[in-house]
Design a protein. Structure first.
Length: 205
């Protein structure tokens, strides 16, 4: 049991550590379109992300697949970039593909990329077995993601309150839409910068 708890703590700390800023930014991009009352939808999306990264994490740490770390480090900000752009482009999710219910699949596919990034961190910690450490690490990651999501909702709720208090003239974008665009634009700008810096084609002057 102590080994399980150890790896749960490792997973939790890995996702909330400042060194995991890219994963935190991805979670913020996923959460940007939701309000606190939409927590069930957000939890489904984050859980799908967990399933996706768990698959790749398991395959990578057991040596079934080997992915170049430079490519993964480039693809991670690309997933954030795409998510941020999707947030800004899709205005009405009720008329979007599958009524907007594609986001869990969306997150699960991108989770496959992030899982390979987790694997580079976890590989060196395995000694002679992987099942228990892998399970504990994944549970810790999920708990960490829920923790980050709760903080994200508090921040987003605060932004909503601020925008609502400004009493902007109507007609115009709703406070929610303004918040989605503002947060997504910021996330997209940061992710784009990271993607350029990590691009295999990028050569410093």
């Amino acid at each position: 049991m102590s080994e399980l708890l150890t790896f749960m703590q490792l997973g939790f700390r890995h996702i909330v550590d400042v060194g995991a800023a890219d994963h935190i930014l991805f979670l913020l991009a996923l959460a940007a379109i939701y309000r606190p009352r939409d927590w069930r939808d957000a939890l489904w999306v984050v859980s799908a992300f967990t399933v996706g990264h768990s698959i790749t994490l398991g395959l990578a740490v057991t040596g079934v697949v080997t992915l170049p770390s430079s490519l993964i480090e480039f693809l991670i900000p690309v997933t954030i970039l795409v998510t941020g752009i999707e947030n800004m482009v899709v205005r009405d999710r009720t008329t979007a593909l599958w009524g907007g219910r594609y986001r869990p699949l969306f997150a699960g596919v991108f989770g496959l990329v992030h899982g390979a990034g987790f694997a580079n961190y976890l590989k060196s910690m395995f000694v002679d077995h992987v099942a228990l450490p892998l399970f504990g690490f994944n549970v810790g990651i999920e708990l960490g993601q829920i923790f980050v999501l709760c903080w994200a909702f508090l921040v987003l709720w605060g932004i909503d309150r601020l925008l609502t208090g400004l009493r902007l003239p109507m007609p115009g974008p709703t406070p929610l839409r303004m918040r989605v665009v503002a947060v997504s634009a910021l996330v997209t700008a940061v992710a784009a910068s990271w993607a350029v810096q990590r691009s295999p084609l990028f050569t410093p002057w």
